[in-house]
Design a protein around this ligand. Sequence first.
Ligand code: COA
Length: 179
Amino acid sequence: MLASSVIIRVARPQDAEDLALVHEQSWRSTYQGILPHLALERQIAARSTQWWKRVLTKSRDILILKIEGEPAGYCSAGRSTLGSHPNAMSARKGAAFKGEIFELYLKPEYQGLGFGSRFFDAARETLISRGIAPGLVVWSLSDNEQACAFYRAKGGRDLGQVKDCFGGVSVMKSGFGWS
Ligand SMILES: CC(C)(COP(=O)(O)OP(=O)(O)OC[C@H]1O[C@@H](n2cnc3c(N)ncnc32)[C@H](O)[C@@H]1OP(=O)(O)O)[C@@H](O)C(=O)NCCC(=O)NCCS
């Protein structure tokens, strides 16, 4: 594939409809069977086009991946905050990491082709160029084996597991860190 047909840039309010669709397709295929049906559908409904428009108007922390002009994925990354960590113990561990990838999602048809790896590297470079360094942390549902394998393959150091809550259900999260 031509390098020019893969574009990673800051998402704009005009991308809201595309990101709502990417979110819906990626979350449904990733979390069916991992998260309870109702909690997952509520999350998808909450991330409407209007929601994305509001967020993209205020934030420059969301990147969009476009392949041959088609929206293929999004990544939100920024300064790691205490609140994004599931509990106080992990917050202490996470304190060593200035940056955090909060979400990294590709549409199912673009997964497993190396695009996630390129997107991850671009997000990391963006954080560094904004002075959000050193260190990067990511939290993934422990049951999301694909994501955990991906972060390990990207060289993430295992930070252990913590308990968290999603849509009223208890879940385990695994942390990965890069120095
Ligand atoms: C996780 C995700 C971003 C990874 O992107 P991707 O494009 O599928 O992954 P890549 O093709 O770039 O793979 C990079 C490396 O990760 C590893 N990897 C990726 N998927 C894997 C899987 N299912 N099992 C084992 N290893 C895997 C591979 O070792 C690969 O290295 P390789 O080049 O030696 O094969 C993507 O699959 C995705 O969007 N998944 C659904 C959403 C999700 O789970 N997001 C993370 C939430 S925290």
